[in-house]
Write a protein that binds this ligand. Structure first.
Ligand SMILES: NC(=O)c1ccc[n+]([C@@H]2O[C@H](COP(=O)([O-])OP(=O)(O)OC[C@H]3O[C@@H](n4cnc5c(N)ncnc54)[C@H](O)[C@@H]3O)[C@@H](O)[C@H]2O)c1
Length: 473
């Protein structure tokens, strides 16, 4: 059992704290948000994350997980003191380190005995040195001689599967120059390493860069596939066939090559930008990262552009049903969500939105408040009422196999804009709906309705049906 203190009770801090308590450690979580701390003490979880509520409540009840706003006793408690506060983008795209710096100074002001300061926030290369300097400056100011180490321990959990990822990490990256600190982290993480050693120990700068490299790589895969989808549209190919074709190559693999409406969330957009800024301020122009961002910016407009084109450039007075608001399934997080770009563009064009999301309703209300052109619905079917078209934005499971006949009967204009390529265009067409996907060309319905097409789309649908029949199930 180890004594752990965690600054920040957001997605990372709260999940880490609960999982470390679950492993038998005594964890104290500190946050400056008094309201959040009060709610947590009552067993209320401020975010939606599968499996989190029960482990927070049970560990809090057993006394292994406490919440406080008071830094001094929390610092006295922890032999390991984690920093898990936000690092939002600054005006120029670089990571804003003010919250990390503040915690480092607070630690320096109150530290009385040796501890390891473990940085879990995603921070630019060199931040471990800055944290060390901030702690040392406060110790010097009160003429205290207390030993401490600073370690980089970036977090790789995914929102929506954060508890699972935290309990079963595929790697634990530790950047450290002190063997004493590494030994303490080995002890803390031993229960997570039973099957095999997942700890990858390296220097601090490499650990800091590893986190950015991981997110930049994943963002690159997404933008790459969206670029291929856009090319597919121009040349009359189906990106879903291409995805199967390239994913089967083990050097490429199937994961993270889904075309869609662009990446969002609290990490990829800001981390790609921050890495680009770090490179720039160190004298290197990261051309690939700039392109990844640019493709993503355009992709977030994709559904709006398709809708606008379908309605002849005039969306005024139209009502669009949106399925999915969170930036991805299994979360209520709306930060940088593609749905926001779509909704805001629709409102600007004079359209109204009826939306359903299994978890992000509260967050959407918090962001946009009450407005006449937004109705948040209780179920997917209610969102379709009086709507002219349906746009699927987030690939929640509940949207995967809908009743197309019901959708057709509900919509004034039977058309689906499938921002996640969830549906088989041929199946949608046979239900009498027009279909637009990402990188899948124009729908076969458009041909039958006599809209301009050279017959190419129909041929492709036939080819698709043949190829799909041959695909392994
Ligand atoms: N969200 C993710 O999926 C994820 C994954 C990996 C890494 N990260 C990184 O982890 C860090 C935290 O992300 P998050 O999503 O958990 O953030 P968050 O915004 O959800 O939570 C941050 C918390 O820190 C608190 N805080 C701010 N200043 C504080 C202080 N001085 N003392 C105590 N608490 C303070 C805030 O009140 C808030 O509750 C970021 O650097 C992020 O990039 C996030």
């Amino acid at each position: 059992m180890m004594k752990v203190t965690i600054f920040g009770t957001g997605y990372v801090g709260l999940v880490t704290g609960a999982c470390l308590a679950e492993m038998g450690n005594h964890v104290v979580c500190v946050d400056i948000d008094a309201g959040k701390v009060e709610r947590l003490k009552r067993g209320e979880i401020p975010i939606y994350e599968p499996g989190l509520e029960s482990i927070v409540q049970s560990n809090h009840a057993s006394g292994r997980l406490d919440f406080t706003t008071e830094a001094a006793p929390a610092i006295a408690h922890g032999e390991l003191i984690f920093i898990a506060v936000g690092t939002p983008p600054d005006e120029d795209g670089s990571a804003d380190l003010q919250y990390v710096q503040k915690v480092a100074s607070t630690i320096g002001r109150h530290l009385q005995r040796y501890a390891v300061v473990v940085n879990k926030s995603t921070v630019p290369v060199g931040t471990a040195d800055r944290v060390r300097e901030a702690v040392a400056a406060e110790l010097a100011a009160r003429q205290a001689t207390v030993e401490f180490d600073v370690v980089s321990n970036p977090e790789f959990l995914k929102e929506g599967a954060a508890v699972e990822d935290c309990l079963r990490p595929d790697r634990i990256v530790v950047g450290a120059s002190s063997t004493r600190a590494v030994a303490l982290l080995r002890k803390l993480y031993a229960p997570f390493n039973r099957n095999h050693d997942r700890m990858v120990v390296m220097d601090e700068r490499s650990a800091e860069l590893t986190k950015y490299a991981a997110n930049a790589m994943l963002a690159t895969k997404i933008s790459f596939m969206n670029e291929i989808a856009n090319i597919a549209e121009h040349v009359g190919a189906d990106v879903e066939m291409v995805r199967h074709g390239i994913g089967s190559d083990p050097r490429i693999g199937y994961s993270f090559i889904y075309p869609g409406t662009g990446y969002g969330g609290s990490c990829f957009p800001k981390d790609v930008q921050a890495l680009e800024r770090t490179a720039h301020s160190n004298g290197y122009k990261a051309r690939l990262l700039g392109a990844v961002e640019a493709v993503n910016r355009d992709q977030k407009r994709k559904l709006f552009d398709l809708l606008s084109r379908h309605f002849g450039g005039n969306l005024r007075g139209k009502t669009i049903a949106l399925w999915g608001l969170a930036f991805k399934p299994n979360t209520d997080d709306m930060r940088e969500a593609p749905s926001r770009v779509l909704m805001e563009a629709l409102w600007q064009a004079g359209a109204r939105v009826r939306a359903y999301d299994p978890q992000a309703r509260g967050e959407t209300s918090r962001i946009y408040g009450k407005r006449d052109d937004l109705v948040l619905c209780d179920d997917p079917s209610a969102a379709l009422e009086d709507a002219d078209a349906l746009a699927v934005v987030t690939e929640w499971k509940v949207f995967r196999s809908p009743d197309f006949a019901h959708i057709k009967a509900s919509l004034k204009n039977p058309v689906i804009f499938d921002g996640r390529n969830l549906y088989d265009p041929v199946m949608v067409e046979s239900a009498g709906l027009a279909y637009y996907g990402i990188g899948r060309g124009r729908s076969t319905v458009s041909v039958k309705k006599g809209m301009s097409d050279d017959g190419h789309t129909e041929r492709r649908a036939d080819e698709r049906a043949r190829v799909e029949a041959d695909l392994p199930r």
